[in-house]
Design a binder for this molecule. Structure first.
Ligand SMILES: *[C@@H]1O[C@H](CO)[C@@H](O)[C@H](O)[C@H]1NC(C)=O
Length: 224
């Protein structure tokens, strides 16, 4: 037996409660709350349907289940999961740098958002760019979250501002991320860590050298 609550409107006005009975993968009878009774699909199923349809108390219970089971649990589940929203994490990265006649390629990625519906667009000096934009579909991560990627091909000019705009149910304001052509954050972090290491190394080396010099100059030379 399979019990289903089928609906597609947010006010549950089209809610249908289905009870499907199958044997050896063949559906023999089904209750559909819109129809209000069982319908048999096989000889045995028809006999069963006729029997259940005569049971007034049972039919009364099934009728009430549209409200007490379907609408009730749809409301509980929608408010605890389906109506929730999670803001995307937006990142711009350089895919390709401009070289000769070849344009540069930037990628705007939105990660870990819910629900699926999202809009990603590009602005150049606050004007919407329509051509040279290719976007993937929203991709399910398999954990209720989604990700999407949009690529922009463009010929860089100096003193221009490129931004990625993400519109999503999780935020009334669009999420705007400006492209900082100087250096991506990950590269900056690598350089920062490297420089810190270098500075630390120099300090330790200098300290060592000073200590060595002090020690050797403090030594008393004994003439032989
Ligand atoms: C339930 O019955 C109604 C009325 O016959 C029909 O329109 C609807 O498609 C049925 N629902 C399902 C899910 O079979």
């Amino acid at each position: 037996m399979m019990f289903e609550c089928v609906y597609s409107t947010s006010d549950y006005s089209d809610m249908v409660f289905l009870v499907s009975m199958s044997f050896n993968k063949v559906m023999v009878a089904q209750y559909n709350s819109t129809v209000g009774k069982f319908v048999g699909f096989t000889e045995q199923g028809e006999k069963n349907a006729e029997y259940w349809n005569k049971d007034q108390a049972f039919m009364q219970d099934l009728k009430a289940d549209v409200d007490t089971v379907c609408r009730h649990y749809a409301q509980v589940l929608d408010s605890s999961v389906r109506d929730k929203t999670v803001k995307p994490k937006v990142k711009i990265s350089s895919v390709k740098q401009a070289e000769g006649n070849h344009p540069a390629v930037l990628m705007c990625s939105a990660y870990d958002f819910y629900p699926e519906k999202i809009k990603v667009s590009w602005l150049r000096d606050d004007k919407l760019m329509t051509s040279e934009v290719t976007s993937t579909m929203e991709m399910a991560d398999g954990d209720w979250y989604y990700q999407i990627h949009s690529e922009l091909e463009y010929t860089p000019k100096s003193e221009e501002k490129i931004s990625c705009v993400v519109e999503h149910a999780s935020s009334t304001q669009p999420i705007v991320k400006d492209w900082n052509p100087s250096m991506p954050e990950s590269d900056r972090n690598k350089i920062a860590i490297g420089s810190s290491g270098l500075v630390l190394g120099i300090i330790i080396a200098a300290a060592g050298l000073i200590y060595y010099k002090k020690k050797s100059s403090g030594r008393i030379l004994v003439p032989n």
